[in-house]
Design a protein around this ligand. Structure first.
Ligand SMILES: [Zn+2]
Length: 333
């Protein structure tokens, strides 16, 4: 019988029957896995876990096998949910997610959660959409959310990241993705994040732009400086005025010359190289007569800038700076 020959009513009715059958089969698959695991049959089959056995023998992906094993364990602990799987009140992925959260919580607390507690929890969570389940789990177990960001390099050059966002942060990212939809039909969260990164880089990264000196006479040197030979033309040197701020063009030159990296170097030749919280540092502090010449300037990270300042001015004086917000202003200028 071809589906094309069915009228709408029969098509929908046939589909409903299939969904019910699919759920029944899902329930049976989980019951089988639970029993196989309880007998530890995978050991006899030459595998160290039900998970590995499902992947190797039954060609499940690692994710699909993991979901099934987790859901089967939940079924083992709370057998009465079996019927709810068949009625669609619980799907395999929800059960798996809840079981994973319970496992993390049990690990954290060092206590095994009772079947009654698990059952209560399931009653509370059932019938909720996936996002709501995640929220409920987060409320039930504060430890459920991944504590740190995780990067997983993929073979094809891509990177998979696990990042946790607050509700407010997520709203902003999703709004950015909506705004991007004018440019890209199906802007993903990754597209939105990259678009935001490009905006931040374009407006903040000194390595991305060449700041020209205002003095017209220096135009020729500006062009040469763009080659980044590491030697600034003499006309680039700041004015001898020791109290003057570093010119934006000089600051830009130093950042690009140092590749935006902290130049702090240990006696053993280990260079910090950090690109975070970077500042322009006067090697000979201005207070001690140091100039704004590029030879006297370098990029330091905030931590190393403070360290150098402490060596010159003493730790007590610099202690007040420790709590100050990071900025691109050198503390030793
Ligand atoms: Zn550093």
């Amino acid at each position: 019988m071809s589906l094309q020959n069915l009228n709408n009513h029969d098509l929908l009715s046939g589909f409903k029957t299939l969904v019910q059958r699919e759920r029944r089969v899902s329930r049976e698959v989980l019951e089988y896995i639970a029993e196989i695991e309880s007998r530890r049959i995978f050991l006899n089959e030459g595998y160290t876990s039900t998970h590995d056995w499902l992947v190797a023998v039954h060609n499940y992906s690692h994710g699909a096998a993991g979901r099934r094993v987790s859901a089967a364990r939940m079924l083992c602990a709370v057998p009465e949910i079996s019927e709810k799987i068949e009625t669609g009140e619980f799907c395999m992925s929800s059960l798996s997610r809840i079981q994973s959260a319970i496992r993390i919580e049990e690990k954290r607390s060092g206590e095994v959660m009772s079947a009654e507690k698990k059952s209560e929890m399931l009653d509370e969570i059932e019938l909720k959409p996936k996002a709501e389940i995640e929220r409920s789990l987060a409320e039930l177990f504060s430890s459920t959310a991944p504590a740190r960001e995780m990067r997983q390099p993929k073979a094809d050059g891509f990177t998979r990241m696990h990042v946790t966002f607050s509700e407010e942060q997520m709203q902003k990212i999703e709004r950015a993705a909506e705004l991007l939809s004018h440019k890209t039909e199906s802007a993903s969260i990754a597209d939105a994040l990259v678009a935001m990164a490009e905006i931040v880089i374009a407006s903040n990264d000194p390595l991305e732009k060449i700041v020209k000196p205002r003095n017209k006479n220096n135009d020729a040197q500006v062009d040469r400086c763009g080659v980044l030979t590491g030697d600034a033309p003499a006309t680039w040197l700041a004015t001898p005025n020791k109290t003057a701020a570093i010119k934006p063009s000089t600051r830009n030159f130093v950042f690009r010359r140092d590749d935006g990296r902290c130049q702090f170097e240990t006696a053993d030749g280990v260079v910090c190289g950090s690109r975070k919280f970077t500042q322009i540092d006067h090697m000979l502090p201005r207070a001690l007569g140091g100039s704004n010449d590029v030879e006297n300037l370098r990029v330091l990270c905030r931590s190393h800038n403070l360290l150098m300042a402490e060596q010159v001015f003493g730790a007590a004086k610099m202690a007040s700076y420790r709590k100050a917000p990071a900025s691109n202003q050198s503390l030793r200028e």
